[in-house]
Design a protein around this ligand. Structure first.
Ligand SMILES: [Zn+2]
Ligand SMILES: [Zn+2]
Length: 331
C-alpha cells in the first residue's frame, strides 16, 4: 500500500467518523427537543398565591461583560445580587475562565463591599460554566465563588435546577415553582435541548414589587422568553413589570471566543449550529415582551451582542437599562 492510499483511507475514515458523530448529535438534539416540549406541555403549574411582595428591589450586577465606573473585572458570565425588603440572594456565580483566586466575581464583590455572610440564598440558574463559576465546577456538578476552592457559605440556602452539591450545604433541586423569600420565587426549572451542550434545566427568579408587578431575572434564557413569560402569567396575578438578565442573542458576534470562533453564536442557542439566532427572531421576542408593556428591560451583555442590545434599546426607549457591573438597577 502506498503512502498516498494510506493517507486517502485515513481521510475517508476520519470523514466517516465525523459524519457519524454529527448524525448522532442531530438525532440527540431532535429527541431532546421533543422531550423538552413534552415536559413543558405536561407541567401542571398552580398559581403562587402566597408569594407576598417587597417594596424594594435592587439588582446589582457583580459579574457580566460590561462594567461600570470603578475597578471592576468584566467577563462573559453572570452573577447578580438581588436585594429585597427581607432577603439578599446571589443569582449565579460568573465564569472565572482562568480559575483565578480571587475570581472576577470575588474581586468585584470586594470592591463593592459585598460579603458572602450577607447572603440568605444562592440560586443557580443553570449548570453552564458561565453561571456556576467555571468549567471545573460545572463538570463536577457544583459551583464556586472563586477558583481552586469553595469558600464556606455558612447556612446559606441553595436552589439549583439539577442535582448539585456544595461542601456544607444541601442544595435544593428545584422542579416546579418555589417561594424563596417574601415576594421572591423561582419560576421553576424549564427544560431545553441545546445542540452541543445537550439537556439543560434552567430556572429564573420572579420578584413581586408592591404596586408595580413582577420583575423577572433570567440567567441565560435557554428556556426561551416565550416560556418564561407564559410561566409568569400562569403563576402571578400581576403585570410583568420588568425583565433583567441573559436572553442569549449573539446575532452578529459572541463574547466568548475559542480558536477565534465566537462560540456563543453556535452553542447554547437551542438551534443547530448552521442556523444561528437571527435579527428577526430577536424582533419576535421583542414583540412578545412589548405585549407585556414592561417598565424595565435590561439585557445581559454576557451572551447578547451589541447589535441586539441596540435593538432592545430602540424597542424600549424609556424602559431600557444597561447591565453593568457595580451599577444597581433599582425598582
Ligand atoms: Zn447557558
Ligand atoms: Zn450564560
Amino acid at each position: 500500500m502506498s503512502i498516498a492510499s494510506i493517507l486517502i483511507a485515513t481521510i475517508l475514515v476520519g470523514a466517516a467518523l465525523l459524519a457519524i458523530g454529527m448524525l448522532a448529535l442531530v438525532v440527540r438534539f431532535h429527541l431532546g427537543r421533543w422531550r423538552a416540549e413534552r415536559h413543558w406541555a405536561e407541567a401542571r403549574v398552580e398559581p403562587l398565591a402566597d408569594l407576598g411582595t417587597t417594596t424594594r428591589l435592587e439588582v446589582l450586577p457583580l459579574s457580566d461583560w460590561h462594567v461600570g465606573d470603578g475597578d471592576f473585572d468584566g467577563e462573559a458570565g453572570v452573577a447578580y445580587l438581588v436585594r429585597t425588603d427581607s432577603a439578599t440572594v446571589l443569582f449565579d456565580l460568573g465564569l472565572n475562565e482562568r480559575q483565578a483566586d480571587p475570581s472576577p466575581l470575588l474581586r468585584n464583590m470586594q470592591t463593592l463591599g459585598v460579603t458572602q455572610d450577607e447572603l440568605d440564598a444562592v440560586v443557580i440558574s443553570h449548570m453552564h460554566p458561565d453561571h456556576v463559576g467555571g468549567m471545573p465546577w460545572s463538570r463536577r456538578r457544583t459551583f464556586s465563588l472563586t477558583g481552586g476552592r469553595q469558600p464556606s457559605l455558612g447556612t446559606t440556602a441553595a436552589y439549583v435546577p439539577e442535582p448539585m452539591t456544595y461542601p456544607g450545604l444541601q442544595p435544593r433541586t428545584v422542579e416546579g415553582p418555589v417561594r424563596i423569600a417574601e415576594g421572591l420565587a423561582s419560576i421553576g426549572a424549564i427544560s431545553a435541548q441545546l445542540f452541543f451542550f445537550g439537556w439543560t434545566r434552567e430556572q429564573a427568579l420572579a420578584v413581586h414589587v408592591e404596586g408595580k408587578g413582577i420583575v423577572l431575572i433570567v440567567g441565560c434564557g435557554h428556556q426561551t422568553v416565550s416560556k418564561v413569560v407564559a410561566r409568569a402569567r400562569t403563576l402571578f396575578d400581576a403585570p410583568i413589570h420588568g425583565i433583567i438578565g441573559g436572553l442569549h442573542y449573539p446575532v452578529t458576534d459572541g463574547r466568548f471566543r475559542a480558536l477565534g470562533i465566537p462560540v456563543q453564536r453556535f452553542v447554547g442557542t437551542g438551534k443547530p449550529p448552521w442556523r444561528p439566532v437571527t435579527v428577526g427572531e430577536v424582533e419576535q421576542d421583542i414583540d412578545l415582551l412589548r405585549s407585556c408593556e414592561p417598565k424595565v428591560v435590561a439585557l445581559s451583555p454576557h451572551d447578547s451582542c451589541d447589535a441586539s442590545i441596540a435593538q432592545f434599546r430602540d424597542a424600549f426607549p424609556t424602559a431600557y437599562r444597561d447591565v453593568r457591573v457595580g451599577e444597581s438597577i433599582l425598582i
